[in-house]
Design a protein around this ligand. Structure first.
Ligand code: C2O
Ligand code: CU
Ligand code: CU
Length: 565
């Protein structure tokens, strides 16, 4: 080869490498299926940049966590092991479940503790997520990387000809951004990251087959909204919202996702050629005042290199179609029976408020009532259908979320609801100078003790007190039998691997069991424990322990000592 050709070849190779090195392979979270889910929360690290590693937190991994696949109708059992150095909570965002299992700010999991909630999966097929919810620490713990997807499958969704092969034509995409400081640590001083992270990867790219592709997109940001579309402005289809499939696919060229919201979209790559590439883009430039991330500043607390800009979210390379590829979309999906305003028998209003702006401004709140763990803000009667109206006559947009229920948006004072937000929702964009109403039915789970949350999902706002809590109460007041100290026994005592509990009246149901050691450290947290198979204490060191049982009726806590041999 002549020197000139050699030079050309070298240059070509260099260019190829350079284009290639521009992107990093998209990570697809592992899945866990079945009915028992082990989640191990740990402080760990990721090599994001040359030089220092970035300290992160992960669940069964280094950043983010596994995708939990639930089947509607199954009872799922979670073993949440907190191996972090801090307390945390894990909330199952969008799931309909008892408040004591919900993982809100009250279900604090101390370091070294196992929390074992369980529930019947009654949500329809959709994309949910789990994340920490420790009061005042949510921003820090989400920033570190804690969170994960939940995919619910059901028999209705399964019969539809939709892309459904995880990681092949059905991909979860978690969108967030981070900034790094001089030693490559994530910064938490600002609220917007300078660098896009898609599934925890900087400058992510993926190869996708030339066919219909389903993307389950979650905005898991600290504060930024996303206005998503494709680089060639192609039409794509929204098939599902936070809580389930839409009646029919909705054709769009853009979809807006605020913090905590999900959209399932389907895009047709069948019209592309193998070797084509296109980008999923955040068209965030020129958004309205109050859209989080529309601020012009590039530095400071509300500044970011990605603010008021269009930027790449995912680079897609089109590859050969798979066998059994989905090549069309069903014209209709499911038939939802939505709630209407006429169904509501109770109406409530909430106002977004803000303290007197001083240097830095005072935090946002709801109804001038900053969140207080000890204050129940609202009491909802079990089986009520209610219309909630939230008004934001304030200086910034918000992402309003409520636990326990999926609701139907009824109206926006700013104009019509987008066609793609007409499905079941648990989170929505509340614009500046806007009033939004939704209707929800509060079924199944009454508990006068443990509340559910409603809040802004922008974590600095939530941590700053823009949150309230409600209990669902059962007016019929079914009284359970009261457990007393002499009503229950622990056996065998001393125990070796399993500890059993017996009740003098087998219908007695404890509300909560906590096992602590003699220095008061919590080892196990068992909400509404199912005790018939005993409690696995094989990992306990020999010694004395305390079994704290909270009675369902009186919520009194009874304590018995037991010995592990
Ligand atoms: Cu996604 Cu109250 O949470
Ligand atoms: Cu939630
Ligand atoms: Cu907010």
């Amino acid at each position: 080869m002549k020197a000139k050709n050699l030079y050309l070849a070298a240059l070509l190779l260099l260019l190829c490498n350079a284009t290639h090195a521009q992107y990093n392979q998209l990570w697809i979270p592992d899945t866990i299926s079945g009915t028992t889910f082990n989640l191990n929360l740990r402080d760990t690290f990721v090599q994001y940049l040359p030089g220092d590693q970035t300290i992160t937190s992960g669940i069964n991994g280094a950043f983010w966590g596994p995708t939990l696949i639930f089947r509607k109708g199954d009872t799922v059992h979670m073993n949440v092991h907190n191996y972090l150095n801090d307390s945390t909570t894990i909330h199952w965002h969008g799931m309909h479940l008892p408040a004591v299992m919900d993982g809100g700010p009250h279900q604090v999991i101390p370091p070294g503790t196992v929390w074992q909630p369980y529930w019947l999966v009654s949500n329809n097929a959709a994309t949910f997520w789990y994340h920490p919810h420790l009061h005042k620490e949510t921003q820090a713990q989400i920033t570190a990387g804690l969170g994960g997807f939940i995919i619910v499958r059901d028999s209705t969704e399964s019969t539809l000809a939709l892309p459904r092969t995880y990681g092949v034509d059905d991909l979860p995409l978690v969108l967030t951004s981070r900034s790094f400081d001089g030693s490559n640590a994530f910064t938490t001083t600002g609220v917007y990251g300078d660098n896009m992270l898609t599934n925890g990867v900087l400058k992510a790219e993926v190869s996708l087959p030339k066919q219909y592709i389903r993307l389950r997109i979650l905005n898991a940001e600290i504060e930024r909204g996303y206005n998503l579309g494709f680089s060639d402005n192609r039409t794509f289809y929204v098939i599902g919202t936070d809580g389930g499939l839409l009646d029919a696919p909705v054709a769009v060229t853009r979809v807006k996702l605020l913090i905590g919201e999900r959209a399932e979209i389907v895009v047709n790559l069948g019209t592309n050629n193998v070797g084509d590439s296109l980008d999923l883009i955040a068209y965030n430039s020129g958004q309205e005042f109050g859209f989080p991330g529309s601020e012009p500043s590039t530095t400071g607390e509300f500044g970011s290199a990605l603010n008021n800009a269009n930027f790449k979210v995912l680079h897609i390379n089109v590859a050969a179609a798979t066998t059994g590829a989905i090549t069309s979309l069903p014209a209709t999906l499911v038939s939802n029976t939505y709630l209407t305003a006429a169904d509501a028998t109770v109406t409530r209003t909430l106002n977004v408020t803000q303290g007197t702006p001083g240097p830095g401004g005072l935090p946002f709140s709801l109804d001038n009532t900053p969140f207080d763990l000890a204050t129940i803000n609202k009491t909802v009667t079990l089986n009520n259908t209610e219309e909630w109206t939230v008004t934001n006559n304030n200086v910034f947009g918000h992402s309003f979320h409520i636990h326990d229920v999926q609701f139907k948006l009824i109206s926006r004072s700013s104009g019509p609801l987008a066609a793609y937000e007409q499905g079941w929702k648990d989170t929505y964009y509340l614009r500046v100078n806007e009033t939004v109403s939704f209707v929800a039915k509060f079924t199944d789970y009454a508990d006068p003790t443990h509340p559910f949350m409603y809040h802004c999902h922008i974590s600095p706002h939530e941590d700053g007190g823009m949150m309230g809590q409600f209990v669902v109460t059962d007016a019929t007041g079914v009284a359970n039998t009261q457990i007393q100290l002499n009503n229950f026994n622990l056996y065998p005592n001393p125990a070796t691997n399993r500890l059993y509990v017996s009740f003098s009246d087998p219908s007695m149901q404890p509300y909560y069991v906590r096992i602590t050691n003699t220095v008061g450290r919590t080892l196990y947290m068992l909400p509404r424990p199912q005790l018939q198979n005993g409690i696995d204490i094989s990992s306990f060191a020999p010694g004395e322990y305390f079994f704290e049982l909270t009675d369902d009726k009186t919520k009194n806590t009874l304590v018995k000592k037991f010995i592990k041999e």
